[in-house]
Design a protein around this ligand. Sequence first.
Ligand code: C5P
Length: 229
Amino acid sequence: MKTWVIVPAAGGGRRFGGPVPKQYLDLAGKPVIQHTLERLLTIEPAGLVVVIAADDVHWQRLPGAEDPRILVARGGAERADSVRAGLAALAGRAAATDLVLVHDVVRPCVTEADIRALLAVADYPGGALLAAPVSDTLKRVDDNGVVVGTEPRAGLWAALTPQLGRYAVLVAALAQAQQSGCEFTDEAAALEAAGYSPRVVPGRRDNLKITRPEDLALAAAVLASQEAE
Ligand code: C5P
């Protein structure tokens, strides 16, 4: 049984702003995407698919473009479209029961230990994901910024990536999501909708997602502190 990695990296970063997509911005001396790919390659997957935007002009200039372990696919309008393109690129390469890890390119601080902890539950049939228990109090807020309720946080976890599933199961679940017109922002939700019950694996809270400009400085601090560990 082999392990494959798909890295959706076709997002334009609407919430981040700026002309260069956030995955190509400098983080501690190299582009965000390079950090992410290096972390993922530590587990020595059978192959890694990076899914880039149709109009991407940045990828070709990076060292990863020359790496024989890395395949390139063209993404779509939504994250789920990009993940489907990554899965399609593995057709004929991945066996039905091979493991597939899907990891957001904008999470460059993921650790090898967390990825291995996720892989350790690969035998669980419903898929799995790194996640962290919610620690903030959650407010429901209306369109005017007024609090309309406080949500109980017991049992709530924030979904991180990587997320893990068997190749054929993920292909079927994401196809089903597309057919039902119900697109999800992570693979676990597509698995849930297909009747599976993915399990969470507690992940480090510093596996942060670069979403806004201030997150770059946080990620740089995390990388520095991880290096010192
Ligand atoms: O936009 P957001 O930050 O939620 O994106 C999460 C991940 O999905 C990022 O790695 C982004 O590059 C990727 N994505 C994609 N194709 C899209 C939209 C997002 O690969 N159409």
